[in-house]
Design a protein around this ligand. Sequence first.
Ligand code: PXL
Length: 281
Amino acid sequence: MRVLAINDISCVGKCSLTVALPIIAASGVTCDILPTAILSTHTGGFTGYTFRDLSEDIPAIIAHWKTLGLRYDIIISGYLGSIDQIEMVKTVKHELLKKDGLMIVDPVMGDNGKLYVHFDQPFVEQMKGLCREADVIVPNLTEACALTDTPYADGCDYQSLLKKLRTLCPRPSVTGCDEQKDGKTICSVYYTDETGAIKTYATEKIEGSFHGAGDVYASALVGALARGTDTDTAVRLAADFTTASIRQTKEDGTEARYGLNSESCTLAFLQALDRAAKGAK
Ligand code: PXL
């Protein structure tokens, strides 16, 4: 099983590739990386960061990989620095994803009702096009609203949100919905191919906003799907791991902009994944 993670390297702040590579690789599959940019920190909550766009290198990297005959079972894309890079991801998909491979898009664009710096409406429009090429998309609520032209304030009518997202991609999974169910907070709302129904998964609500939570969730979801679990199991494992990581970060009292302290929660995630993956065989 060979996975390709396309994302930036934010050297400090625990998001993008510094989260995706360790989590996906620890899940027990090969994880190659295609860096889109190198930043001294991510852009959420820091000022004065460096940002080197790597777009120029990407065509030559792909050309080299083609000479090696590389093909991927799963490609996951995350933070993309420009509209050009959206087009490049489409090319990577067409040239390097196996015929029956899985394209997963994390349409990283914003959080808490706002687009991140460097993103605007033309980028959102192009991102809709990339989502149309995906089998699975994992937007947070802000990104789901942007992709469906839904005002953020109305966002948590997740039934209609998911229906709209499904016009872009067959298996959307939205994180960060805030609705209550059985005393817990719904953190994931998703469609699964297995039943075609809208499903929800709820965990304990932890107050606060934690940078990098979407990256931990997406990476764990990819790890679980790569190990052959079904969508329900992958969502449950990814959501539980993310929630445990958020709880740990809150307990540690580290600044939210430095990302989730998921390291000490990884073993429990991997053990649960191993049990689930063995059951899936
Ligand atoms: O976690 C999402 C993300 C990834 N990469 C960069 C970011 C952000 C969010 O702010 O700035 C560079």
